[in-house]
Write a protein of this length. Structure first.
Length: 209
């Protein structure tokens, strides 16, 4: 523990996967999206599932020193298995963050209707200092909502002078159907959205739009 505490002030890169690489899917959920952010903010009481009197080590506020954050909460056992209060709604207080990789499961939840998903607006979530953004695990029907809400928010904000450090947006693991009219329209609209001098480059599954 002493070595961990000594190293913590120097941590600028943090990665978290809901299913560790090379392991079988867990039968129990690990950290939820918002719970993870609460821990990075040193907000242990908000992260805990129940109150505890256990003594806690005082750690630096990682959210104020991280420059790279990678979150992948995809799980085949618990697909979008969050309440809307458990998803990430804002990372704007991650004041030094330059590179963010986040999967759609981190900011998408199910409603009471199991077939309906609610995606939080990533354009209102990210900090102004961001330079690169990767959104991964963009499954069936999620691309349209991401493009029309979150990415449109980023494009509109850019026109208003915000996100001027954002150079690149990568959309990875995206399910694309050439025959789906709504998806083709979303692609067309996205190309028009970022057709602005100085706007960030957008890549879909590794290919520039």
């Amino acid at each position: 523990m002493t070595e961990v505490l000594t190293a913590t002030p120097n941590i600028t890169h943090f990665e978290y996967r809901g299913v560790p690489s090379g392991t079988e899917p867990s039968r129990e959920r690990l950290l939820g999206p918002q719970m993870l952010c609460n821990l990075l903010r040193n907000e242990y009481d908000l992260a805990a599932s129940q109150a505890s009197d256990t003594a806690k080590e005082q750690l630096p506020n990682l959210h104020r020193q991280l420059r790279t954050l990678k979150i992948d909460l995809h799980s085949t056992e618990f697909l979008f298995d969050w309440d809307d209060s458990e998803t990430i709604t804002s990372l704007q207080d991650f004041s030094k963050l330059r590179n963010l990789s986040i999967d759609t499961h981190s900011f998408t939840s199910r409603t009471g209707n199991e077939n309906h998903l609610i995606m939080d607006n990533i354009g209102k979530m990210i900090p102004q200092c961001l330079e690169t953004l990767e959104v991964s695990r963009i499954g069936e029907f999620l691309f349209e909502e991401l493009a029309q809400i979150g990415l449109r928010e980023i494009a509109d904000s850019f026109r208003q002078g915000q996100f001027r450090q954002l150079r690149r947006i990568d959309l990875t693991d995206c399910v694309v159907h050439g025959h789906r009219p709504t998806q083709q329209k979303a692609l067309h609209d996205l190309r028009e959205m970022v057709d602005i001098p100085g706007a960030p480059s957008v890549y879909l599954n590794g290919k520039a739009l």
